[in-house]
Design a protein. Structure first.
Length: 257
């Protein structure tokens, strides 16, 4: 594992103005279906113990708050392999490290690093203009799968969902609970003394269910809301991934409360 510097162009404010128009989430219902076109899933593998990660976190935060939910779904997954440096990332999980390794292996890579981006399950190392073009190409494609999220009333710290998925390819549905507006004052490690800001951070994660090709399936799942989470800042992310690791469709739905 190693650091990979973020290309300077990836922090260009121009990109955020041009990539995707802002779409307010207010007024969304507690149920949502994926669009008829393909929505792009951008995964960031990050860590509070990684000194080159804050610029990437900032990038994802701007995308999380300024992009159309029907075009781009941002998701920050914090890995746990930097915790040995003296700062334990409270958002880190071995599940996310395992997913990063799986995606890297599918890309025929033996190396994992932070920050690392994956776009629809494929490693992405390009510039901001290249990312903009890649997202646009994905959005121009008809949806290869469909997913619907229906949130039920919150019970204590439990968030029940009904998830429906359909695809011409066999796949697996993943569901994550993400949170916006997170702040950490780091006291040790490579970012010791820094105050870090995060958005679209996975707080809970489920491989909800797998299903065969050309068959619609519905399942009830339950996400757990962390005790320190602000419910108003929570969003459910769902996506369908085929057996090769390619993400076929994704969706995000703000939590109703």
């Amino acid at each position: 594992m190693k650091h990979r510097p973020i290309i300077a162009a990836m922090l260009s404010a121009l990109f955020f103005a041009q990539l995707i128009p802002y779409s307010a989430w207010a007024g969304e219902m507690c149920s949502k279906s994926s669009p008829t076109h393909s929505a792009a899933l951008l995964e960031l593998y990050s860590s509070e113990g990684c000194s080159s990660c804050p610029p990437a976190d900032k990038l994802l935060s701007q995308l999380a708050t300024g992009s159309d939910a029907n075009l781009l779904v941002p998701l920050a997954l914090h890995v746990d392999y930097w915790d040995y440096l003296g700062w334990q990332d409270r958002f880190a999980s071995s599940q996310f490290t395992a997913r990063q390794r799986t995606l890297s292996a599918a890309a025929h890579s033996n190396t994992i690093y932070t920050p690392e981006f994956f776009l629809n399950g494929q490693e992405f190392r390009g510039s901001m203009s290249e990312l903009r073009d890649a997202v646009a190409r994905i959005n121009q494609q008809p949806a290869k799968a469909s997913i619907k999220l229906n949130q039920e009333p919150i019970l204590a710290d439990k968030l029940p969902l009904t998830v429906t998925a359909n695809s011409s390819q066999a796949g697996t549905v993943y569901v994550a609970l993400t949170e916006q507006g997170l702040v950490s004052k780091v006291k040790a490690g490579e970012n010791g003394g820094a105050t870090l800001h995060h958005d679209a951070v996975a707080r809970d994660w489920l491989a909800a269910f797998s299903f065969p090709a050309n068959k619609s399936m519905t399942s009830k799942v339950t996400l757990t809301i962390p005790t320190d989470a602000v419910v108003a800042n929570l969003t459910v992310v769902g996506f369908i991934q085929d057996q090769s690791g390619t993400v076929l469709q994704s969706i995000r739905l703000p939590v109703c409360h």
